[in-house]
Structure formats: C-alpha cells, structure tokens
Design a protein around this ligand. Sequence first.
Ligand SMILES: [Zn+2]
Length: 256
Amino acid sequence: MKYLKNKINQWQEEGKEPTYEFLSIQDFIQELDYATHYLSRLLKTRPLIVYIMLFKKAYLEEGQRNITVKLSEIGKNLLSDQGTPMSHAPIKNGVNDLVKLNIIYKDPQLRPGQINRYEIRLPSEIPAVKEMINTDSNQIIEKVNLNLEDCYTDPLKRIEIFERDNKQCFYCLCELKNNTFYLDHIFPRSQGGENYKSNLITSCKTCNSKKSDKNAETFLLDNYRGGLITQEEFLNQKATLENLIETYENCKLSAG
Ligand SMILES: [Zn+2]
C-alpha cells in the first residue's frame, strides 16, 4: 500500500490522473474464472490467449486498465501448434479480433506502430459475458429451488430417493424392497434437519433405529468397524455422503 500511495502522489505531482485499478485477490480470481469459462465460449484459442495475457499484464503486473503493449513481447514464451515460438501474425490477429469485438479498446490517438496503448476491459464488463453469468446463476438458483421440496412425505419422492440409493441401505448396503425401506435424515429432524432430498437417505429398519440422532458419518464408521461394510464401501459411501451434505448446505443457503 505504501508503494501505491507513493505512486499516486508521484502521478499527482506530475499532473497525471491516478489510474490505478484496485482489484482484490478474490476479484482477480473471479475475473480470471470468467475469462476461462465464458470468454472461451466467445473467442477462438488465439484471441483468448492474447486476452488472458493482456488481462494479466494490466491487472496483475501493472495495476491499470490502460496499458502500453509491445506486440512482439506478447506470447513469446508460448509455443504454436508446430512447437515453435508463437509468431507475430497470430498475436496481431488476436489483438485485432479483440478490438473488433470491443473486448479491448485501442487508443485512437496513437499512430499505428510497434507500440500501442489499449484499454483492457474486465471480463465482467463485457456485455456478452455479463449475460452468460446471469443466465448461469439463474439456472443454478432454479435447480437449487427444485430441491427444496418435502421429499419425506411424498410417496413418489421417497421412491426417487430409494432408487437414487440403488435400493440399498445407505449404511450397511443390504438389499431392500419397495415396501421395506426407511428414509433417514442425515441431519436429524430434532436438530432442525429438513425434508429435502439431499438430507434423506435410504436405510434398513435396523440401521434406522440404531443410527437415531447419531452423526451419519460416525454411524457409517461404526458399521465399517463392526464388519458390516468393507473399507472400500465405507470410503465410497463417505464420499457420497459428503456430496449430499454439500448439496444440502447449498439448499439451506438458497432457502435463506
Ligand atoms: Zn442397514
């Protein structure tokens, strides 16, 4: 921060506008994620690589959105498909594509030459990317909302869970029939556990009553130690349990 302050003071003394872009670590990672997830749907490989290099130069190395770029220095450490260093032409084409698509702006003040100034927009500032982010987050919210139904009392939903769990007791893996299965709450009702699909697992009568309000993973471990399931089965069930818990926690978050 001291470095930044000195730099800003220096700019002000020189009569320049401070142009430092403050991007937190989280924001930088988020923007980089947008670039690889969404910009990659809009751009071909070369312009995408060029954009990521410009983005990194602007926001990671220089801390400003307006940067001076020597095209010959971009991508000199990357290899082309033929295994030779990337040549100037595809880099130049990549930059031109980005300018055409308004992903970066070229400073019109400067004469065309070896050195050009560009304004590098953040991925989240590009309208097409913004739209994709919104669509994706709406879809995620919709999906999560669907999983907030009461699946404990609905007979059809109960069968869905029974089938999801391969018609076996989740804890001891014994085979069960349509009319002999129980549904167990991973987080017990007595502790505020909901009737969401992600909080319910198929159980046999014995496991259901033995588990009671115990922690699900602890109970699974009890069954492994008691020789009811093998180590491999225990690890598989544990991984499935962790996934369910993660989904359940997301459901809880979206439910507020
Ligand atoms: Zn069982």
